[in-house]
Design a protein. Structure first.
Length: 136
């Protein structure tokens, strides 16, 4: 997810470098500074705003995963999308600490690196070799 450049700039302007190293969610902490007479806790509005920003990416990812299941194991989208959403919900319930989130992040980063820089090029070379051998 790409952060809004204005939010990034304001976060860097508001916090010192040492504070940014300690803060887990600096943008949420910055939302706590805002005081409005109508709204008691402004960070709820900030969280809702970020949910609206993130929601299309999540929906697109779930749809892509459902299409992948439809093409690989012939599971209809009508069943695969609710199953995926249920698995994601249980995954969110199981992961409770920041350390677990960091572990999941590192696993996904390693998996993405493997897929992007190792698996796909090897698959390309193998496919190229097979087409070369078949053409002869």
């Amino acid at each position: 997810m790409n952060a809004n450049p204005l939010t990034t700039f304001l976060t860097f302007a508001f916090f010192a470098q040492t504070e940014l190293k300690k803060e887990i969610w600096p943008t949420l902490t910055a939302y706590k500074i805002v005081k409005l007479p109508v709204v008691e806790r402004f960070e709820f509005i900030g969280i809702a705003n970020w949910c609206l920003i993130i929601l299309p990416s999540i929906c697109l990812s779930i749809w892509c995963a459902g299409r992948l299941l439809k093409r690989t194991i012939k599971l209809n989208l009508k069943y695969s999308v609710p199953i995926l959403c249920t698995l994601i919900l249980f995954g969110c319930i199981v992961i409770k600490t920041r350390l677990e989130i960091d572990i999941l992040n590192s696993i996904i980063n390693d998996l993405g690196f493997f897929l992007g820089y190792i698996y796909i090029p090897i698959l390309f070379v193998l496919l190229w070799l097979v087409t070369k051998i078949r053409s002869k």
